[in-house]
Design a protein around this ligand. Structure first.
Ligand SMILES: [Zn+2]
Length: 216
């Protein structure tokens, strides 16, 4: 049957890998034949490398989401901290990395402004990373029951949503399957590609959107 209102949507999963929750998420995505990006936290990755390998082997992209996920760069952004947060994680990702060296900063509850500072932006530029932000944060980390409704509201208002979910909260992720099914029924098409509007550095090249996320 032709889709009358097909709209793209891209999912991403941050803050894992988690030994139990990430496999459940992967099962759901496989069932629906959907590929996404997992932005992993370095110190969790080294404990759960097999889970990340499974994600990569099933066609998902693995991105870097800092080593410690402890301080947004607006709060702590000296060169040593920046290098440690980014490079240590990229080393741990190793051969699982996407060719574009995907990196997503820690914003703090979805906050974009100041997620990068000039030191971090320069580091990402120099080492030819692609810095991926987001445009939908439905808050699965604080609302395990209501996040799908919040997400659907947000998604309906964005041309190409890039949704941030977290593969570390089991209660919230039990609702992923129904969420995905509902969107499919509503005519959404799931894409792995990342919307250009969410990319602030592309393979080392800053984009127009970079200014909106920079803190001094
Ligand atoms: Zn995060």
């Amino acid at each position: 049957m032709p889709r009358t209102s097909e709209k793209p949507v891209t999912l991403s999963f941050d803050n894992g890998p988690h030994p139990e929750v990430t496999p459940l998420v992967l099962d759901v995505l496989a069932r629906h034949d959907i590929r996404t990006t997992f932005f992993v936290v370095g110190q969790k990755l080294v404990e759960n490398l097999d889970v990340a390998r499974r994600a990569r082997d099933e066609g998902h992209w693995i991105g870097n989401h800092t080593w410690s996920h402890s301080h947004p760069f607006r709060e702590k952004g000296d060169a040593a901290f920046v290098a440690s947060e980014i490079d240590r994680t990229q080393s741990a990702i190793g051969a699982l990395a996407h060719d574009d060296k995907l990196f997503r900063p820690y914003g703090g509850a979805g906050r974009r402004d100041g997620a990068l500072n000039s030191v971090a932006a320069e580091h990402l530029r120099k080492h030819r990373f692609t810095c991926v932000m987001w445009n939908s944060v439905p808050g699965d980390f604080r609302d395990a029951v209501g996040w799908p409704d919040t997400a659907r509201r947000q998604i309906s208002e964005i041309d190409w949503p890039l949704v941030v979910l977290h593969d570390i909260h089991g209660d919230a992720m039990t609702r992923l399957d129904r969420f995905v099914s509902t969107l499919k029924d509503e005519g959404y098409s799931f894409r792995q590609e990342l919307p250009a509007s969410t990319i602030v550095i592309q393979r080392g090249q800053p984009t127009e959107a970079l200014g909106g996320v920079l803190a001094n």
